[in-house]
Design a protein around this ligand. Structure first.
Ligand code: ZN
Length: 185
């Protein structure tokens, strides 16, 4: 899940679902927006940004922009039993590249800094990979519908002509332009 997690309000709910669908010895990869990155620490210490990047609580800037502290992410992964946890960094100077008009130089600078800033958890985006503790093997199916459940109540869902409907709570999830909309209702 690359650049997805910062749109999801609850890290633990997301990880529970990943744990459910990933088989034994499976690997999960995601990136998260790092509230304690170098620029945000500097902004806070210079009193240009009022948000404290050093505290562990998650910051929500509106419903679709969530930032996590590295210690919180590691704590949740460990508590949920995930194994082989590794972190890396993603550094992109896209805003500066637009200002000075030199994307190539900043691409290479970002690539050079990413390993260091990732290990130190100072990168704006942290890349994380880890193994699942699941004991089960593969869910044997060739149909995506077999692993989908209702995100509201975890009940079974039925695939209809224009969407999915939950058999338990009756919530309807429409399909628009071929994309199922499972956002909370
Ligand atoms: Zn339901």
């Amino acid at each position: 899940m690359i650049r997805v997690l910062h749109h999801l309000p609850d890290l633990k709910d997301c990880l529970l679902e990943l744990q459910r669908v990933v088989c034994m010895d499976g690997k999960i990869i995601f990136t998260y927006s790092n509230k304690r990155n170098f620029a945000r620490m500097a902004g806070y210490l210079l009193k240009r940004d009022p948000l404290n990047p050093f505290t562990e609580e998650t910051i929500s800037l509106g419903p679709t922009l969530i930032r996590h502290h590295p210690k919180y992410v590691r704590k949740v992964l460990t508590e949920m039993g995930f194994t082989r946890i590794e972190f890396g960094g993603v550094v992109v100077f896209d805003n500066i590249a637009v200002i000075i008009g030199d994307g190539k130089l900043l691409d290479s600078a970002g690539g050079s800094l990413a390993p260091f800033l990732g290990r130190a958890k100072l990168a704006p985006w942290v890349f994380c990979q880890f193994g699942t503790p699941n004991k089960d093997g593969f869910i044997e199916t060739d149909c995506l519908d077999d692993i989908l459940i209702c995100p509201s109540c975890q009940g079974e869902i039925m695939h209809g002509a224009d969407g999915y409907v939950c058999e338990k709570c009756a919530v309807f999830y429409p399909i628009k332009d071929g994309i199922a909309d499972f956002r909370p209702k």
